[in-house]
Design a protein around this ligand. Structure first.
Ligand code: EPU
Length: 331
């Protein structure tokens, strides 16, 4: 079924809770709606949106927001399924794969576009196949994830394929064989002393996330606002030197080695620059995880958020010579 809503208020459709409107919201519930859709009649541009959990609307959207709310929960999920419902299902079935990705906001379709990730696992590690409507060719296609150029929070769906494919379903690779991934972000330390199951890991990850990240039901945000930068070893050594001068000779800068390069947590730099709890109008740097900007008052404007974003970018660039890039898509 295709439903249309003109001059639609998007505040309940974006987790930052920006009070913006779009000219038209189109909701599709079946695959067969895609060939039937008259694209030329839609206000332009057309943007596909999932759960709105990784977006910052900077103004009213002049075109059409298309939401694919196709359901179906299982190894193959409809694009509109809440991703965490899939994680909960897999854990309840005793199936390994998505347990480390528990509680990430958003929907199945976006998991394949954005290559969502947490605690050492990324969506690309568990995606077996993607089904999509190819707007260019006017047909449905099955896409092999090996062709998607998956990287850190990116894929071809965000670059050269942007606007071409409308994802309708994702098939995940699940396993009855144990595949615990415990070496990232204190997961192992947080586990209770009990036999490892996908459910136990899911519950542990949920506990960790609830302690650090704002509950989207209570406070607006779009999760991590910036990507973690990757820099050269030489650049990292300079940062270590400054950090030791400021914090003492035993101080250790958190980092991950990525091949020849070093990933430094943006949260650490933002924290070091004293931004925890900093505000700009209704926007605030979240106290428990400064990589997250929140709509603290519920009435923050896009300008409040962008102003705080710019202050952080400028300060980090001045102190560390690193330009942070937002992870959240600005629309
Ligand atoms: N840190 C501080 N001060 C703080 C908080 C963190 O210095 O107040 C430092 C700590 O050293 C900590 C490090 O920052 O070890 C990293 O923090 P955390 O483990 O919370 O992870 P992150 O790198 O900030 C990334 C993802 C998250 C994901 C976590 C866990 C990105 C942009 N974000 O955050 O993803 O949940 O790792 O895997 O890569 C999201 O994308 O929205 C998201 C929440």
């Amino acid at each position: 079924m295709i439903s249309r809503h003109a001059d639609y208020d998007l505040s309940s459709r974006n987790t930052f809770r920006m009070r913006v409107r779009c000219a038209l919201l189109v909701e599709l519930t079946e695959e067969s709606d895609l060939p039937a859709l008259d694209w030329a009649s839609l206000p332009q541009p057309v943007m596909v949106m999932g759960g709105g959990s990784n977006l910052l609307f900077t103004r009213d959207f002049p075109g059409t927001i298309l939401h694919v709310s196709i359901g179906g929960l299982g190894e193959t999920c409809g694009a509109g399924v809440v991703f965490d419902d899939f994680c909960a299902w897999a854990a309840a079935e005793g199936l390994w794969g998505p347990e480390n990705l528990s509680l990430i906001p958003g929907e199945v379709g976006a998991s394949a576009v954005q290559n969502i990730g947490a605690y050492g696992v990324e969506a690309k590690d568990i995606i077996a196949e993607i089904r999509a409507w190819d707007r260019q060719e006017g047909c449905f296609v099955q896409i092999n994830p090996a062709h998607c150029a998956y990287g850190y929070r990116t894929s071809k769906f965000k670059t050269e394929w942007k606007g071409r494919y409308i994802i309708t379903a994702v098939t995940y690779r699940l396993s009855t064989e144990p595949h615990p991934k415990l070496d990232y972000g204190g997961v192992r330390k947080a586990l209770p002393d009990a036999p490892l199951t996908p459910q136990l890991i899911r519950d542990t990850i949920i506990d960790i996330r609830r302690k650090k990240l704002p509950d989207p039901e209570e406070i607006g945000s779009a999760g991590s606002f910036f990507c973690n930068p990757v820099i050269s070893k030489e650049h990292f050594e300079q940062i270590v030197k400054t950090a030791k001068e400021e914090n003492g000779p035993d101080y250790e800068v958190p980092h991950y080695v990525v091949g020849d390069l070093i990933k430094v947590p943006a949260a650490w730099m933002i924290d070091q620059c004293g931004f925890k709890g900093a505000t700009n109008g209704g926007a605030q740097v979240y106290q428990n995880q400064p990589l997250v900007i929140v709509n603290a008052t519920g009435s923050a404007t896009p300008e409040d958020i962008i102003g705080l974003e710019q202050q952080i970018i400028d300060t980090i660039a001045g102190k560390y010579g690193i330009t942070l890039h937002p992870e959240v898509e600005h629309v």
